[in-house]
Design a protein around this ligand. Structure first.
Ligand code: ATP
Length: 354
């Protein structure tokens, strides 16, 4: 998705449900789309499935510019490339689970007619429904109906599966079964996007996309500072500065002023005090907090490891101070980190820095 904007006309005027969203997925990604009610999750998914079109921007799936397809091209494309699972399964009530699963094959015509029943049986078996394939939806449990909806979404072997709250209507054990089916499909190379309100499920996917007020929260902010509320994460996202350093290049120099909190997003950095390395940090780690909380001048030198390029995102002192005033939990966490890091440095270097 490139610069996708979606506005709706409402009685109160124009409303932007997606504000300049750029986002990419690769084959085999299993991503959870999360965010509060009204943050734009369904609107985002609807852009990808072609259920709705962006007001501006581009949506390409597997090289196909979905936003430019006509209605009839869209129906063919969707039938072959996309499996969609909804919260309320939308099985046809007058068809058996087997017939429901075969229906998309009959519509798309991709799977050979002689193969269809066998394939539907195989899919229903995969989702644990082999004993109820001839039953009508109303005659099986809610969890089984959802499993059948997943089998149906896979009917034409689409590379891409999109699920809007697939477990929202299920008890936790049944939700777990559905999630395990997705994990299995992802391990087979399917690309899966799943909207979920369940933070525990979201955390188990390889990637989480957090929406707030129609915008994507920077994933490093989300991951590193989960204690912030979504509005704070979004304003931090707006303030982030991305920087790149050459192998061996210093980022902070001991004794020099340091005015930002850095999150390492690529490569490794070495932290050294008086020439002695005290820590090596990896992506997701942060540094610069000691200087923002306690000292103005850097207590250590932080430099890109000698053999790799480094990328960081950083928040400047002014914004950081405001955030710390607002977010008590962030302040507590950082204070604890400073205490631990100071103790570690003392233990390593002892009287040299006392
Ligand atoms: N057709 C529409 N007309 C006007 N406003 C709309 C329309 N569709 C969505 N919106 C608004 O866009 C915003 C995002 O809606 P969306 O359904 O994408 O949110 P969501 O994150 O999926 O919420 P939920 O978790 O409740 O499903 C909401 O404020 C919603 O009211």
């Amino acid at each position: 998705m490139r610069n996708v904007v979606k506005t709706f006309k409402t009685p109160a005027g124009q409303f932007s449900a997606l504000k300049n969203v750029s986002l990419g997925f690769t084959t085999g990604d299993f991503a959870a789309i999360t965010g509060k009610s009204g943050s734009g999750k369904s609107t985002l998914i609807n852009m990808i499935t072609g259920i709705d079109v962006p007001s501006s921007g581009e949506v390409c799936v597997g090289g196909v510019p979905v936003h430019q397809l006509s209605e009839s091209q869209m129906a063919i494309w969707r039938g072959r490339n996309l499996g969609i699972v909804f919260q309320f399964f939308q099985l046809l009530p007058t068809l058996s689970l087997l017939e429901n699963t075969m229906l998309p094959m009959d519509i798309a015509g991709v799977i050979d007619i002689s193969e269809r029943e066998k394939r539907a049986m195989r899919l229903l078996k995969m989702v644990g429904l082999e004993s109820v394939v001839h039953k009508m939806p109303a005659a099986v449990s809610i969890g089984q109906q959802q499993a059948a909806a997943i089998a149906r979404a896979l009917a034409n072997d689409p590379p891409f599966l999109v699920a809007d709250e697939p477990t929202g209507n299920l008890d936790s054990r049944t939700a777990e079964n559905v999630f395990e089916i997705f994990e299995h499909l992802s391990s087979q190379g399917k690309t899966i996007l799943m909207i979920t309100h369940d933070p525990a499920l979201a955390q188990r996917t390889a990637r989480q996309v957090l929406l707030s007020d129609g915008e994507i929260v920077n994933p490093w902010i989300h991951k590193t500072f989960p204690m912030l509320n979504h509005a704070q994460m979004l304003s931090a996202t707006h303030q982030l500065e991305s920087l790149t350093y050459r192998a061996g290049e210093p980022i902070i120099q001991q004794g020099e002023p340091s005015d930002a909190l850095y999150i390492l997003t690529e490569g490794r950095v070495d932290v050294s005090i008086q020439g002695q390395v005290v820590a090596r940090l990896s992506p997701g780690d942060f540094f610069g907090e000691m200087e923002l909380l306690e000292e103005n001048r850097a207590v250590a030198t932080v430099r890109a490891a000698s053999d790799e390029k480094v990328e960081t995102v950083s928040l400047g002192r002014g914004f950081f101070s405001t955030l710390m005033d607002e977010a008590r939990a962030l302040r507590d966490m950082l204070t604890k980190v400073v205490r631990e890091r100071t103790a570690q440095n003392l233990a390593l270097l002892g009287s040299r820095i006392r």
